[in-house]
Write a protein that binds this ligand. Structure first.
Ligand SMILES: *Cc1c(COP(=O)(O)O)cnc(C)c1O
Length: 383
């Protein structure tokens, strides 16, 4: 490589990082919404609205971090083709940032990805490569990157390390700062479901780094390997079916899932997650995605734990994406019928739980806690 090219690359890198940092900074402070649920006495519920990012989900932060990570490891330059394996949201955000930098971008997606996400990727100039088997997206993305002589962003591996969890602008720092401003320095529970696992990892690390007593609960959907993998300390746990809750639940325990920062996990039926998204949408006056419904059930579970222990205080979670993307799926009666989802019973249970301040036990399929830090330290999952 001649010096001239190296210099041009340096200039490109500097401009690219400046562009990404400026763009990330602009959108990092999303709103924190308080939602009173009067049945639960003395417990406050907070939602950080990550649907407000320009690309509509929390993946706006991740896409920026992954591309900065690739550039600063010398792996992305002005002519690099970017490739990602995604269930949709990450690819939407990466397509947005790729275009900002003038880079070509390919998304490798399961064929079941919602049409509006596919459309959004194309609108941002991204190219689509469909695969039939959701578990095959990783290999396909790797192979495509090799054929194109490109760079596989690999969110499932790099989400946890591309995110600057000690920094001041990551999701956890922003959320805890806003909670502190609302008068809650040490919230009781944080609830965050896992797709890559990266956001839960950032929150969990933030809690330990800052010496907080906040507990982290990860609610997991029905078809996902995370719950069993965590309960049994088994990084090789797999789940043969693809998740039906877009954005979360994986067929394998992803490398970005950091087990030892998690205090509790609950397993939640898909119909219940969807019902919870419907109920929460009614309470907020706007639609949220189904993974936010999963988070909401996690919140009800944590609130119920607090009730049993006579505790008071706040619980917080994220609105991961907005529900407009799912008008033809989770919010379509026809689609719900076709998929065999009857959400009415769960909806009634959720509404009743909120009213009386007690979670209906049938809302969850299972739960597991690692009770004390000592127990946790004696029972580390070593991957
Ligand atoms: C990715 C995603 C999540 C989970 O976030 P991770 O940091 O990947 O674990 C939740 N909801 C939606 C809609 C997502 O796209």
């Amino acid at each position: 490589m001649s010096d001239v090219i190296v210099e041009t690359d340096r200039l490109w890198v500097r401009r690219a990082v400046e562009t990404l940092e400026a763009e990330g900074g602009r959108s990092s402070d999303t709103r924190l919404i308080a939602l009173p649920l009067s049945g639960f006495e003395g417990i406050e519920f907070y939602f950080k609205d990550e649907s407000a990012h320009p690309t509509g989900s929390l993946k706006h932060r991740l896409a920026q971090s992954l591309i900065v990570y690739g550039i600063c490891n010398g792996l992305i330059g002005p002519d690099t083709v970017l490739v990602e394996a995604s269930s949709g949201s990450t690819a939407v955000s990466e397509a947005y940032y790729a275009r900002l930098l003038g880079l070509k971008f390919y998304a490798v997606l399961p064929r079941s990805t919602s049409a509006s996400k596919v459309e959004a990727i194309r609108e941002h100039g991204g190219h689509i490569h469909f695969v039939d088997d959701p578990a095959a997206i990783y290999q396909e993305a790797q192979a495509l990157a090799e054929r194109e002589n490109g760079y596989y962003l690999d969110q499932f591996t790099y989400a946890e390390r591309a995110t600057d969890w000690r920094g001041t602008s990551n999701i956890a720092a922003c959320l805890f700062e806003q909670m502190a401003q609302a008068g809650h320095k040490d919230p009781k529970w944080m609830i965050m479901s896992a797709g890559t696992g990266g956001t839960a990892a950032t929150i969990g690390r933030y809690i330990l780094y800052n010496g907080l007593s906040t507990k982290l609960c990860v609610p997991d959907p029905e078809h996902s390997a995370f719950f069993d993998g965590w309960v049994n300390c088994d990084p090789d746990a797999v789940f043969p079916r693809g998740s039906r809750i877009e954005g979360i639940g994986r067929p394998r325990v992803e490398p970005s899932f950091v087990p030892n920062v998690i205090d509790a996990m609950v397993k939640i039926p898909d119909a219940t997650s969807i019902a919870a998204a419907h109920v929460l949408s009614g309470l907020l006056g706007r639609r949220v995605g189904a993974s936010t419904g999963t988070n909401f059930i996690g919140m009800l579970w944590a609130a119920d734990q607090m009730r049993r222990n006579n505790e008071r205080g706040p619980i917080a979670t994220l609105i991961c994406d907005h529900g407009e993307r799912y008008a033809d799926t989770y919010y379509s009666d026809t689609w719900l019928d076709q998929q065999g989802f009857d959400i009415a019973p769960a909806k009634a249970m959720i509404e009743r739980s909120i009213e009386i301040g007690q979670m209906a036990p049938d809302l969850i399929l299972g739960r597991h806690e690692k009770a004390t830090p000592v127990e946790l330290a004696n029972n580390l999952c070593t991957a």
